[in-house]
Design a protein around this ligand. Structure first.
Ligand SMILES: NC(=O)c1ccc[n+]([C@@H]2O[C@H](COP(=O)([O-])OP(=O)(O)OC[C@H]3O[C@@H](n4cnc5c(N)ncnc54)[C@H](OP(=O)(O)O)[C@@H]3O)[C@@H](O)[C@H]2O)c1
Length: 207
């Protein structure tokens, strides 16, 4: 599978690329700046370029830009993306001195992204901290949750998720589940702050 990581120069994109490097996936790092994309990719022996260049020929594009740029980037790359499946990993978080809160908007970023692109959209990997994902010790001991309405996006996203964690890639239902998955990131960040941890999620009761 050819995976384009848009905003792949950042913490999460780099951790994702490092976890996949040397495996079966072909990785392409996208950036707003072609040279920055190429430089970040070269360190991993991958291809790089602009976000628009990265999505061409990809089987799955991971939208890993800074969360507050997810909607504008989705809009900007919509034409280049065409019908290439898109995985949103973004959570809009609001930081304050008494804790981290989820986005008050009733609809998830992923649902709003799906309104902006023709491509099928899945959402997932929100609870996978970059620090855990990129850890040299190996895949993190946690599950990765993915949701989506369209199997053209959800299936490759689950396939990717299964390669990232020591736990399971879990199908969390329709794209509307992204409202909860994105909010769960705020819970994880609050737990990390309280317990000075790198927490992850495990779903129990699955056979
Ligand atoms: N960090 C985590 O542990 C974690 C875990 C799960 C999910 N996520 C999600 O992953 C995504 C990336 O998080 P991150 O921590 O990696 O973010 P980040 O390092 O702050 O930013 C990622 C990349 O976004 C691009 N970017 C920054 N401002 C932009 C703008 N105005 N327009 C377009 N692109 C812009 C930059 O790439 P260029 O400058 O090269 O264009 C940057 O390298 C977020 O949606 C976050 O919610 C993060």
């Amino acid at each position: 599978m050819r995976v384009a990581i848009l905003g792949g120069t950042g913490s999460f994109g780099q951790a994702l690329a490092r976890r996949l490097a040397g495996g079966e996936e072909e990785i392409v790092i996208g950036s707003r700046d072609a040279e920055r994309g190429r430089a970040a990719a070269a360190e991993l022996g991958a291809e790089g370029g602009t976000n628009e260049e990265a999505v061409r020929g990809a089987d799955l594009a991971v939208l890993a830009v800074k969360a507050d740029a997810a909607l504008s980037t989705a809009e900007e790359i919509a034409v280049a993306l065409g019908e290439t499946p898109l995985l949103s990993v973004a959570s809009a978080l609001h930081f304050s001195k008494d804790g981290v809160r989820p986005d008050p908007d009733a609809r998830s970023l992923a649902e709003r992204i799906a309104d902006l692109v023709q491509a099928p959209v899945a959402a997932g990997l929100h609870t996978l901290a970059a620090a855990n994902l990129g850890d040299d010790a190996g895949p993190p001991d946690e599950d990765a949750l993915v949701c989506g309405d369209d199997p053209r996006a959800k299936e490759p996203a689950l396939e990717l998720a299964a390669k990232l964690v020591a736990g399971r890639a879990v199908d969390a239902g329709p794209l509307a589940s992204a409202r909860t998955l994105e909010g769960l990131t705020a819970v994880i960040v609050n737990v990390n702050r309280r317990y000075k941890a790198h927490a992850g999620i495990r779903i129990t009761g699955l056979s």
